[in-house]
Write a new protein. Structure first.
Length: 58
């Protein structure tokens, strides 16, 4: 019976990991996808603007 108690924690963790992956895959897209994409695009644009030197002289 020691092998059962040794296998339970990895099996339980694997089950939770698979459930997490399923939830992540299922929540991709959907009605909020456009809003999330716009937020990411805005953040990337701000980061890119912060990296660019100001004006053509710099």
């Amino acid at each position: 019976m020691d092998y059962v108690s040794a296998l339970v924690p990895p099996v339980v963790m694997a089950g939770f990991f698979i459930a997490l992956i399923v939830v992540i895959v299922k929540t991709q897209g959907g009605p909020n996808k456009a809003k999330e994409d716009a937020a990411v695009d805005a953040a990337l644009a701000r980061a890119e603007a912060a990296r660019q030197p100001d004006g053509p002289d710099a």
